[in-house]
Design a protein around this ligand. Sequence first.
Ligand code: 3PG
Length: 394
Amino acid sequence: KKSVDDINVKGQKVLVRCDFNVPLQDGKITDENRLVAALPTIKKLVADGGKIILCSHLGKPKGEPKPELSLAPVAKRLTELLGQEVKFVPSPVVVDDTVKAAVADMKDGEIILLENTRYRAEETKNGDEFSKELASLCDVFVNDAFGTAHRAHCSNVGVTKYVDTAVVGYLMQKEIDFLGNAVNNPERPFVAILGGAKVSSKISVINNLLDKVDTLIIGGGMSYTFSKALGGHIGKSLCEDDYLQYALDMLKKAEEKGVKLLLPVDNRIGDDFSNDCNIQIVKRGCIPDGWEGMDIGTETEKIFCDAVKDAKTVVWNGPMGCFEMPNFAHGTEAVAKALADTEATTIIGGGDSAAAVNILGYGDKMTHISTGGGASLEFLEGKELPGVAAANDK
Ligand code: 3PG
């Protein structure tokens, strides 16, 4: 895999695809982890004397310029983080004559940021015209957008058809190394913890991980489908009735493979979906009508935490309960703390689990927190990510 260490960018125009798809509230960035994670590659290219043209998507503007989805706040914040101007070169069509003139004017070591690539409708269709326009801006293409690697769009895949050199950046490299090693070459015991609302969104992950792990822990909203499949009462808990058989199949597969599959043995339940509802802890499968499971229970916390104690590799994707509500954050927090305390290599899938770990204050205790939500999930499914494949072609 060629990376930014294998090229000489002195005096070259370098188009860098980053994932600056960050949450914004009233024009303010509320989580800047993706920006911070992109800095090493940018700094390296600046130090090597490249002319750096950054690009990214933000949200889903669906091919229309939407002012609230402009990358202007990102340029401003990157300027502060780098201590060097990141000049924002906005255009409603992303690439136009003004943008081309600005690129032609760049000096070595300067940085510009283009407007949201999804202002162009072709972007998400991986169309040729926009891909060519992007490629025409640069001599070299660097893909550092791991968070977008599961998409095949112009700015991360199409563009590589029209450039001579395409390499990966440090962030992409790091993500692939950590996730790839964990899944394909883990130090054992290897424990995976899966949570989150839906079994349906984790089908392929469960299936793939059962071929790899020593222990699979299933908590969160998806565990109630398993509980019901086993004949339990789950009240008004989340459940996907179409996946009951699948849940049984996975339990059987685990047994056949000799994988220890741990489900909650008890749950913290509420009589309303709110932090201040009435709360009790009951055994799995004993949730009364009118109540719903909102977290794992205390006995389960102990079992799950014990299971990671002697692990050498732990991958975690998906919270154990409704961690946004303090009364139902106990399970997620217990698991986060157990991961912080273990000697194991700990890898956190992006999205909700990354947010949970950071909000609960355990972020810097983890070995690696992925910047990819959907991308890390597809990686754990064992899929080849189009963004990674395209960058490796050249
Ligand atoms: C993400 O946040 O998962 C990536 O930036 C991809 O965004 P998308 O789901 O809008 O394609």
